[in-house]
Ligand binder design. Structure first.
Ligand SMILES: N[C@@H](CCC(=O)N[C@@H](CS)C(=O)NCC(=O)O)C(=O)O
Length: 211
């Protein structure tokens, strides 16, 4: 097997790539990078990922970082079971939702930012709840017009791939999900699907259950 994913069980960006691979039934080697023990800042790992983040995806001699770039690559190389709608308006809407998570929420609730917030006197929980709530209010509003079974109609897309890990984080930080009925309904439906079960943090070799 020539495909390798460097990830961390509870990293939402790694989780997105795992979901994409699972939905397309693509097998890969999984190499855990322990973020809590600084595995992402070792000299060896920084050669693969200069930002010192996960995921990193390696296909033979081709190495790639950034979950969206990786998912694009996977989608282009393995087009069966498309994760991006063919309809351009739906595609644009999908990226709109995905980017709210990717740019508007996830980077702001990353470990180093949570540490900074705490040093500035705002608890990690309050900070995370604020940024997740703001993003989810926007997404819930968009979903009122776009959702079918999933975020954009009935096709599972990159928007759903981003949403599921973000809901997990929202629950970790005790965000009141009753304000987000469509997000909750879609998340519940997706979490029952075998690909999402396979990609879940608790199913990974580096999972620390009960944390
Ligand atoms: N935009 C990047 C985000 C990657 C990212 O934020 N990874 C986090 C885990 S979800 C990470 O490695 N954090 C460790 C750190 O920043 O020290 C992507 O989509 O791949």
């Amino acid at each position: 097997m020539d495909l390798t994913l460097y990830g961390y069980w509870r990293s939402s960006a790694s989780w997105r790539v795992r979901i994409a691979l699972a939905l397309k039934n693509i097998e890969f080697n999984y190499i855990p990078v322990n973020l809590l023990q600084g595995g992402n800042t070792s000299a060896e790992y920084l050669q693969k990922n200069p930002l010192g983040q996960v995921p990193t995806f390696v296909d033979g001699s081709f190495s790639l970082t950034q979950s969206f770039a990786i998912i694009h690559y996977i989608e282009s190389k393995y087009p069966d079971g498309p994760l991006i709608p063919a309809n351009i308006e739906q595609m644009a809407r999908m990226w709109e939702i995905a980017e709210i998570v990717n740019s508007g929420i996830q980077p702001l609730q990353n470990l180093p930012i949570l540490d900074l917030a705490e040093k500035s006197g705002i608890s990690k929980k309050e900070w995370a709840q604020t940024v997740i709530n703001e993003g989810f209010v926007a997404i819930e509003q968009i979903l009122r017009n776009t959702a079918g079974n999933y975020c954009v109609g009935d096709q599972i897309t990159v928007a759903d791939i981003c949403l599921v890990p973000q809901i997990y984080n929202a629950k970790r930080f005790e965000v009141d999900m009753s304000a987000f009925p469509i997000i909750s309904r879609i998340g519940d439906a997706l979490n029952l699907l075998p690909a999402f079960v396979k990609a879940h943090p608790d199913s990974q070799s580096d999972a620390v259950i009960g944390k």
